[in-house]
Ligand binder design. Structure first.
Ligand code: FAD
Ligand code: 2HG
Ligand code: ZN
Length: 469
């Protein structure tokens, strides 16, 4: 090991250092298997002070640093390039919940805490931390905040950035920015924490955050409804929001194909309805103690929707076990697409009102481009975000299909652009969409992003090659 690496190792000690190829391997590849890099070493600092020392050193020696949380990201943002020169900075050891204040409704956490642990700690205190996504058992809050994760409850509680009151960030030169106030009102100038939320580790390393907590829900109703088409689904969403007085906390849409994939590949799943239908929505309502009135409201809503032809059939969970089974169908969708071969993902958003139009036009464009390609459209329709994924035709090789990725993306994203939609609603840009970004981002916005990058990271050591082309 050369002198520079020895000095870097000394900053974190043996417990915070990995450089054997077998130890590096899991950090060098990502969830989808699209990007596979080579790291010089992995540093695993124990606290903010060590993160600051590492960055100061790396900045002085121009060592590129790739931050990594739970490594569940879907755009290749957390893995190194293939040069063998980049240092992975894992936040996994910053795993303490520093405080919970039930009166202020805040929780103070370090960046490496696993999202599910935060949810559970909130529940133990009779509070809700509403960020929820299928990777919650392994993603870490620093990664969630750095990707500004979305998930299933965005229509009610907003994105990850909406759940943050304070942030602790180590800057590229090792200085620590401390905005860990826990205040809901603070108009003392620029809201600097926002710059780091969704920055994918290109502007600073998030080491801790003060998160907002909400009242725990007393009544929850979850239903799985069959729909003739997405248009009926969006009309049902409008009724559900209005009739529940804003108590819809999740509204997930899916076409039948995803249900077939899940039933075929995920053990322990079953179709909740007797017959097959073209589209479905998984809807969750939640409220405080209404004396059981939420259930009656949901039943009335579904009855009327059935009379009006908006829904074809419905199942309402009557136990926590049934509720979990419905959510398992939804949460397994990413996993269930894998055995079906190569897939080209489009994590897009359009105005909620345009979701049905987009779905029809997107499917037609895919079929015209690759006849037999299998559209797998599902996702958070309640906030306008659709995972418009496309699995390869049954008789195609994976490589042949993946080779069409850019052209497929261009066709689908051109339709998204007509609605002024986004080509990355919640997963971020990383490497996957970096080179496409300029076509879809306002030129002035991109220029200001570059100005920020130069100001915060003049030596370009923080996640170089990610996000900005
Ligand atoms: P990583 O993958 O480790 O990192 C993500 C990015 O953040 C990288 O660019 C990394 O360099 C950077 N980073 C990580 N930690 C820090 C830090 N402390 N400071 C600065 N930069 C940092 N996303 C959604 O938005 N909604 C979903 O519903 C959703 N569902 C998913 C379901 C599955 C099954 C999977 C596998 C992924 C899903 N995702 C979803 C993707 C999502 O981005 C991640 O799951 C999560 O937010 C990333 O957290 P992580 O700790 O794994 O971050
Ligand atoms: C989800 O909503 C995730 O389940 C992953 O955002 C979506 O697999 C996908 O494309
Ligand atoms: Zn999603």
């Amino acid at each position: 090991m050369n002198e520079i690496m020895t000095r870097l190792r000394d900053l974190v000690g043996p417990a915070g250092w990995l450089d054997a190829p077998a130890d590096l391997a899991p950090y060098e590849k990502e969830e989808r298997g699209l990007f596979h890099g080579k790291a010089r070493a992995v540093v695993r600092p124990a606290d903010t002070r060590e993160v600051a020392a590492v960055l100061k050193f790396c900045n002085e020696h121009r060592l590129p640093v790739v931050p990594q949380g739970g490594n569940t990201g879907l755009v290749g943002g957390g893995v190194p390039d293939t040069s063998g020169t980049q240092i992975i900075l894992s936040l996994a050891r910053l795993d303490k919940i520093r405080a919970l204040d039930p009166v202020n409704d805040t929780m103070t956490v370090e960046a490496g805490v696993v999202l599910a642990d935060i949810q559970n700690r909130a529940a133990d205190a009779d509070r809700l931390f509403p960020l929820s996504l299928a990777a919650e058992g392994s993603c870490r809050i620093g990664g969630n905040l750095s990707t500004n994760a979305g998930g299933i409850n965005v229509l009610r509680y907003g994105m990850a950035r909406d759940l943050v009151l304070g942030l602790e960030v180590v800057l590229a030169d090792g200085r620590v920015l401390d905005t860990m106030t826990g205040l809901r009102k603070d108009n003392t100038g620029y809201d600097l924490k926002q710059i780091f939320l969704g920055a994918e580790g290109t502007l600073g390393i998030i080491t801790a955050a003060v998160l907002k907590l909400f009242p725990a829900m007393r009544e929850v109703e979850t239903c799985f409804v069959a729909l003739p088409d997405p248009k009926a689904g969006i009309e049902l969403l409008g009724r559900a929001k209005a009739e529940s007085g804003g108590n819809v906390q999740a509204f997930e849409l899916t076409e039948r194909r995803l249900i077939d994939f899940v039933l075929a590949h995920i053990p322990g799943t079953a179709d909740p309805l007797a017959e097959k239908h073209p589209w479905y929505a998984l809807i969750e309502f939640a409220a405080g103690d209404l004396g059981g009135a939420l259930k009656a409201m949901v039943e009335r809503l579904l009855e009327r929707a059935m009379e009006d032809g908006l829904i074809l059939d419905a199942a309402i969970a009557s136990s926590e076990q049934q509720r979990k089974a419905l959510w398992k169908l939804r949460e397994s969708m990413t996993e269930a697409q894998k055995p079906e071969g190569a897939s080209i993902k489009h994590d897009i958003s359009v105005p909620v009102s345009s979701v049905p139009d987009f779905l029809a036009r997107g499917a037609a464009a895919v079929e015209a481009f690759v006849p037999g390609a299998r559209v797998c459209a599902f996702g958070h329709a309640g906030d306008g975000n659709i995972h418009f994924n496309v699995s390869r035709p049954l008789d195609w090789a994976d490589d042949k299909f993946q080779a069409l990725r850019h052209e497929m993306n261009a066709r689908v994203h051109a339709i998204v652009a007509e609605y002024r939609g986004s080509i990355s609603a919640e997963h971020g840009i990383g490497i996957l969409k970096r080179d496409e970004l300029p076509q879809h981002k306002d030129a002035t916005a991109l220029e200001l992003m570059r100005t920020l990058k130069a100001a915060f990271d003049p030596n370009n050591i923080l996640n170089p090659g990610k996000l900005l082309p």
